[in-house]
Design a binder for this molecule. Structure first.
Ligand code: ZN
Length: 245
C-alpha cells in the first residue's frame, strides 16, 4: 500500500498542483485529503475540482463547513470570516454539494482520518502531548491522520505513554509495529511552521514494514501570493504564504 496524504489546501492552486504532481511521481495508489480544501486562498473552485478528481477520500474541515453554511461565521476571526464569505461566492453548485457531502472524520481502509482531532473533528488542534493522549483515547485504529494545525506532526503512543511533536523539513520515519500513531502531513496551501514550502506525506506499507515520509517542496509562491492581493483577500493572507506563518 502506498498512499499520499494532503491537508489544508485552502484554495492555493499552484501548491495543490505541485503536491499532486509530486505524489504522481511517487507512484501513490491513492490520495487522502484531511480537509480545508477552501478558505483563505484565491482558487477555491479549481482546488475542489482537483481534489474531487484525484482524492479517494476528502474530509470536510472547519473552513469548508463555514463556506457551505454548516457552521456560523461568527466562530471565525475577521480574516477567516471575510475569506469564507468571498469563497462562498466563488464556488459552483457542484463544488458546494461536494463539500457538503464530505465527512469531518471517518474510518478509512484500516486507519482513522479526521480534520482536527478525533474528539472534536472541526475545531480541536492536536499540537501538544496532552491533547494527543486524549485523542488516542478516541481512536480504535493504530494509525490516525489529521490536519487543521498546518504543522507536520507525529505523536506516538507506546505503553500508554505519548511522545512527539512537530516534524521539521523532509524526513522518513519507520513505524514501530507495537506503537500507535497520530500523524499530520502538514498544509499544502498555507504552512504555519515558519517554512513556506508546501507539505505532504507518503505512507508506505510492504509486508510488516511501514514508513511515513514527510515532504517539503517549493512551489510557485510568486504566482500564489499576488493572486491573494488581486482577489482583494486580506493582506495578512499574502504575508502568510511568503513567510509560512
Ligand atoms: Zn486549515
Amino acid at each position: 500500500m502506498k498512499l499520499g496524504l494532503i491537508s489544508d489546501v485552502h484554495g492555493n492552486l499552484p501548491a495543490l498542483e505541485a503536491a499532486l504532481a509530486a505524489l504522481d511521481e511517487q507512484g501513490v495508489e491513492a490520495v487522502l485529503c484531511c480537509g480545508d480544501v477552501v478558505g483563505y486562498g484565491p482558487w477555491p473552485d479549481e482546488c475542489v475540482a482537483r481534489v474531487r478528481a484525484r482524492c479517494e477520500l476528502c474530509l470536510q474541515g472547519n473552513h469548508d463547513a463555514a463556506v457551505v453554511g454548516e457552521i456560523e461565521l461568527a466562530r471565525f476571526n475577521g480574516t477567516a470570516a471575510a475569506a469564507a464569505r468571498w469563497t462562498r461566492a466563488q464556488l459552483s453548485d457542484a463544488s458546494l454539494e461536494f463539500l457538503k457531502g464530505c465527512p469531518p472524520q471517518t474510518a478509512h481502509r484500516d486507519m482513522f482520518v479526521t480534520h482536527g482531532s478525533p474528539r472534536d473533528p472541526l475545531w480541536e488542534y492536536v499540537t501538544d502531548r496532552r491533547t494527543a493522549y486524549l485523542s488516542f483515547r478516541h481512536v480504535e485504529q493504530r494509525l490516525c491522520w489529521f490536519g487543521h494545525s498546518h504543522v507536520p506532526t507525529v505523536f506516538v503512543e507506546r505503553d500508554n505513554d505519548v511522545d512527539g511533536g512537530g516534524v521539521p523539513g523532509c524526513q522518513t520515519l519507520a513505524l514501530e509495529p507495537d506503537a500507535r500513531y497520530l500523524l499530520n502531513p502538514g498544509s499544502v496551501g498555507q504552512p504555519r511552521d515558519g517554512d513556506w514550502r508546501l507539505a505532504f506525506a507518503v505512507y508506505e506499507r510492504t509486508g510488516s514494514e511501514e514508513t511515513v515520509t514527510f515532504h517539503r517542496l517549493e512551489y510557485d509562491v510568486e504566482r500564489a501570493a499576488p493572486a491573494v492581493r488581486e482577489a482583494n483577500l486580506p493582506q495578512s493572507l499574502y504575508n502568510r504564504l511568503l513567510l509560512g506563518r
